[in-house]
Design a binder for this molecule. Structure first.
Ligand code: AMP
Length: 425
């Protein structure tokens, strides 16, 4: 028997209400904040990710699905959405439009990660990017939008964690201070961190290893090393978040895994006991567009994991509003009714009534069982007698009552039943 590849999952019809709920909320929030939809290819030139995400990042080091196509081109299934959107921004001359250009996308991403609860190899994200503006008000808007996306779904017990990791001018001083601090403590670090120390010391701060964690507690803080511009930016962002009543905490150890971040970085966590999972993260990436071959262009973005969002909805007992399911089921009582059944079903669908029909030859009992299982509110039963008289038996599945009615009145009766009684004027 074949199985879905490790770290991927089928999303069956029962799960779809959650996905529809989360995606339609994402689209609604994007609309409210003025973000336009963009869809980029599922795979890109491998170089795009090597040059942007960073050679030393976990994504590039161990998580990319990279392959040669038949033309010997190295392609990579997109592990994240920012670099592809940056590429599209440059390729389509979006820098000529009024800035910032605000774009969002919803779709699958691929990372060769270690699968576990909430961690997949095919994951889905709602990600949004605002390109072409340095104003901290845009950082505040992106954070507010993330908050809105999660809280409009009804999620509670969330915490926004915020930090600033500076820019290429001030960060080297901080990185040197970090190296200095860690050099005396190499023996206490895990093997990974020992090799990260020279390549990418920021990552030592968010290592999950207990010993590294303890060492990181007293490590120098990036906000103490910010230059004047970065420090002013961060201060203004904090003022704006306060004025918007967006709750957040400063987390001095938040660095984010990708190389392109500058200044603001933030992440949203669930604070429920037993769950420290990140629902989404983002930040400013003022150097990325230039790194991809464009003019220096500041930008900021965020990505929320849809699987994580849904896991948290379930944990908190939040059920998505369900669409009305099948409303009518047409059952058949014997030979000669097939054509009439198909016509009746077509007539219902033409009137926007969702309708299912019975196939093959089954007992009425078995058809009613099927009707129940499909969630039908009404069953219409057609037999030879009904055919002869132009009538049909209309069964109310909730009340278990039934009556024979004229076929020509069925649509009207069902619509009334579905919409409920008309209120008295
Ligand atoms: P990142 O792009 O790494 O900043 O991740 C943004 C969000 O995507 C995270 O906060 C998670 O909610 C989600 N995410 C990242 N990696 C995975 C994964 N392997 N499986 C499921 N969700 C993920």
């Amino acid at each position: 028997m074949y199985q879905a590849p490790r770290g991927t999952q089928d999303i069956l019809p029962d799960e779809q209400p959650y996905w529809n709920y989360v995606k339609s909320n994402a689209r609604q929030v994007a609309h409210l904040y003025g973000y336009g939809a963009i869809e980029t290819p599922i795979f890109e030139d491998t170089q795009l990710f090597l040059r942007s995400v960073g050679e030393t990042s976990d994504i590039v080091q161990k998580e990319m699905y990279t392959f040669l196509d038949k033309g010997e081109n190295s392609l990579t299934l997109r592990p994240e959405g920012t670099a592809p959107i940056g590429r599209a921004y440059l390729e389509h001359g979006l820098s000529n439009q009024p800035q910032p250009v605000k774009l969002y996308t919803i779709g699958p991403f691929f990372r060769y990660d270690r699968p576990q609860a909430g961690r997949y190899r095919e994951l889905h994200q709602f990600s949004y990017e605002a390109i072409g503006e340095i104003d901290p008000a845009l950082d505040a808007e992106i954070i507010a939008m993330s908050w809105d996306y999660l809280t409009r779904l009804g999620l509670r017990e969330l915490s926004i964690q915020l930090n600033s990791i500076g820019c290429p001018i001030c960060r080297p001083h901080y990185v040197e201070a970090l190296r200095e601090y860690y050099r005396g403590k190499v023996a206490e670090l895990c093997l990974d961190c020992q090799t990260r120390l020279e390549r990418n010391p920021l990552r030592l701060l968010d290592c999950k290893n207990r010993a590294c964690n303890a060492v990181a507690e007293s490590a120098p803080r990036s906000i103490d090393y910010l230059g004047e511009e970065c420090s002013g930016h961060f201060q203004r962002l904090e003022e704006l978040l306060h004025s918007l009543a967006i709750p957040y905490q400063i987390n001095n150890r938040l660095v984010r895994g990708l190389d392109y971040y500058t200044k603001t970085v933030f992440e949203v966590y669930s604070t429920e006991t037993g769950s420290q999972s990140s629902l989404g993260g983002g930040g400013r990436y003022d150097g990325l567009i230039e790194q991809l071959g464009g003019r220096p262009t500041p930008a900021v973005g965020f990505a929320a994991g849809l699987e994580r969002t849904i896991l948290n909805l379930k944990k908190q007992g939040i059920t998505p509003p369900s669409r009305p399911g099948v409303v009518a089921f047409v059952a058949s009582l014997g030979d000669g009714t097939e054509v009439a059944v198909s016509r009746l079903v077509a007539q219902l669908r033409a009137a926007d009534i969702a309708a299912l029909q019975s196939f093959g030859r089954r007992s009425l009992k078995s058809q009613l069982k099927h009707a129940h299982a499909s969630g039908a509110r009404f069953t219409l039963i057609l037999g030879p007698d009904e055919l002869a008289t132009g009538r049909v038996v209309l069964r109310d599945m909730e009340k278990s009552t039934q009556e024979a009615v004229d076929q020509s009145t069925v649509v009207e009766l069902l619509l009334k039943g579905v919409r409920g009684p008309t209120p008295n004027p």
